[in-house]
Ligand binder design. Structure first.
Ligand code: GLC
Length: 576
């Protein structure tokens, strides 16, 4: 867990919920579809069937807390109703512009209903509207900032709601976080970039004024003051998922959304001293939000960057400002895909080549471009590398190849088509070949292998939370199941996902949806893992729904862009 809870303090900090951060619904750039709050069950049912909400539009969204409680109860009834409809899994929820139906005759696993209920319990409301899901609903542990809505954590929740035909919460989330982006962000006396999206936010209820405000954390409260580089990328990716799933492009086309995207892109497309198209980052800038030796050019950020660029490419309007960005995106994508496919890829042949590399080569003819010392390759990688399969390594920089395997980066590489189809197949082959190491008893390892002893001391700074095979250091994270499943479906290997889901199903509910598992095989509930961790719940649901209806994949996957595939051959098994 990365941060301290954002509290009202007196230091004039930017995250104070003072008047400048409070905003009224009337300030919102677009009127959201306000959910009617006080409906009879009969009306609720009708509204589910017809979605003719406009007839209730006279009901004010600004309710007192008492009426809000009643409305939440009404919500709950609707949710129970929706869950019972859903548990039939053959009735698409009405009101979708592109209704989806579940495979007829599909028998849901008994824990699916429980998962939906737990997911709904995690909903966070702001002035009567659902705007996100809390990171974990675990009261037995110290809260830290697990009582906040994390941008990255909300993604699987959002996908679950989209897949279930409930896009409103996703729209609310996208708009609220966009408002947060426009805050002035400061850490001590240093002002952060305009486009930075928050890592997390929470709703602050002022009992005196009976008023709710949002409080965001851009890293200024987070443990280690880590930068949420991934938040902006996830935001763009989610905007595309929303657009794709609902068929409603009006949200993305709003001038505010267009500007929000441009601001995010300005941060990462700006010119600087870079010699590579990859993005230079500090440690702890993404899901792994503690010092774990992922500084430099970490795979997770590079793949999210790539996917966000490709998503923005389709979402940006071709007006004057948009066009300029699209041109920059096209150039960057071209360079980035080349760089990643060429230098991050590792398979048996490539490993053997690097093993035999010469060093200290100068000029354009250098083979060992980054002057990697073959002796720096860890021993484990020679055993780990199967004859069949390959993967994108963790990091590449001057004299640096971090050959650890990271789940999220490799899955996003597949989903975004950063990986060629040959590389995608090889990534899945590797997962099959190294099942015990990467999946073990609980899908999936966040990275492999763990860092131990002296290396752990140096790399993590003696972090007691990230001891070997725990948490970010080789721990197993159920949330990654949705990414694995999506990658499996995209590569035509659903049986791999089925196997992984079955493993998760055998434990997740019984163990109360832990945040992560520990141990080489992921057999033990994590040392400090929160229970009822929302993205563990949502990740499972998304995996299930995608497997049942693979058409959902379109929300989170991009087809290969043929123009991005140069012909240069590097290895017998793949082309770049
Ligand atoms: C931990 C995780 C981070 C997550 C947060 C909330 O800090 O490392 O990825 O967003 O918890 O669940």
């Amino acid at each position: 867990m990365s941060g301290l809870s954002v509290e009202v303090s007196e230091n004039g900090h930017t995250s104070l919920p003072d008047a400048s951060y409070a905003y009224d619904e009337t300030e919102d750039f677009a009127k959201l579809d306000h959910k009617p709050r006080l409906l009879s069950l009969e009306n609720r049912q009708r509204s589910l069937d017809e979605r003719s909400l406009s007839e209730f539009s006279h009901i004010s969204p600004n309710l007192t807390s008492q009426t809000e409680n009643i409305s939440r109860l009404a919500d709950h009834l609707e949710n129970m109703f929706a869950t019972s409809r859903r548990s039939g899994f053959n009735t698409p929820r009405s009101g979708l512009s592109t209704p989806r139906s579940y495979a007829a005759g599909f028998e849901p696993h008994p824990i699916v209903g429980e998962a939906w209920e737990a997911l709904r319990r995690s909903l966070v409301y702001f002035r009567g509207q659902p705007v996100g899901t809390i990171a974990a609903l675990d009261n037995s542990e110290e809260k830290l900032n697990y009582d906040q809505v994390f941008v990255r954590d909300f993604v699987p929740s959002a996908l679950a709601f989209l897949m279930n035909g409930e896009p409103e919460i996703v729209k609310n989330f996208l708009l609220k976080t966009l408002r947060l982006q426009s805050w002035e962000k400061k850490i001590d006396r240093f002002q952060l970039g305009e486009g930075v999206m928050p890592a997390s936010f929470k709703v602050f209820h002022d009992p005196v004024r009976n008023h709710e405000t949002l409080i965001a954390d851009f890293g200024e409260s987070a443990i280690g003051r880590v930068a949420p580089v991934d938040s902006g990328f996830w935001w763009i990716i989610l905007l595309r998922a929303y657009t794709k799933s609902t068929g409603d492009s009006t949200l993305a086309e709003m001038p505010e959304c267009q500007k929000g995207m441009r601001l995010i892109l300005s941060l990462c497309l700006s010119e600087g001293f870079d010699t590579f198209p990859t993005l230079l980052c500090a440690d702890g800038c993404s899901m792994i939000d503690r010092r774990m030796g992922v500084y430099g050019y970490p795979i997770e950020i590079q793949t999210l960057f790539f996917m966000a660029l490709r998503s923005a490419q389709v979402l940006l309007k071709h007006d004057d400002e948009g066009k300029e960005f699209i041109e920059r995106i096209v150039k960057r994508l071209h360079a980035l895909s080349y760089h990643m496919r060429a230098y991050y890829w590792l398979d048996f042949k490539q490993l053997n080549d690097i093993y035999r590399y010469k060093t200290e080569e100068y000029s354009h003819t250098a083979v060992n471009k980054f002057n990697v010392m073959p002796d720096s390759l860890p021993e484990w990688v020679f055993d780990f590398m199967p004859n069949r399969g390959g993967y994108f390594i963790g990091n590449v920089g001057p004299a640096n190849m971090d050959v650890r395997w990271f789940c999220l980066g490799n899955c996003i590489a597949i989903l975004s088509s950063l990986a060629t189809s040959e590389q995608s197949t090889a990534i899945m082959d590797l997962i099959e070949e190294r099942w015990e190491e990467l999946v073990g008893e609980m899908p999936v390892k966040v990275c492999y292998p763990a860092i131990e002893s002296h290396e752990w001391r140096i790399v993590t700074g003696c972090d007691p939370k990230n001891t070997r095979w725990s948490y970010h250091n080789g721990g197993s994270w159920p949330v990654l199941l949705w990414l694995l499943t999506a990658a499996c479906i995209k590569t035509g290997r659903p049986q791999i996902a089925r196997r992984a889901i079955a493993l998760a199903e055998s434990r997740l509910l019984k163990d109360n949806w832990p945040e992560y598992y520990d141990g080489k095989l992921g057999r033990y509930i994590g040392k400090q893992a929160r229970k009822f961790q929302t993205w563990s719940i949502a990740g499972y649901l998304v995996a299930k729904m995608m497997l049942e209806d693979p058409s959902h994949l379109g929300m989170v996957a991009l087809e290969e862009d043929k123009q991005m595939k140069p012909v240069l051959k590097r290895s017998v098994s793949w082309t770049i």
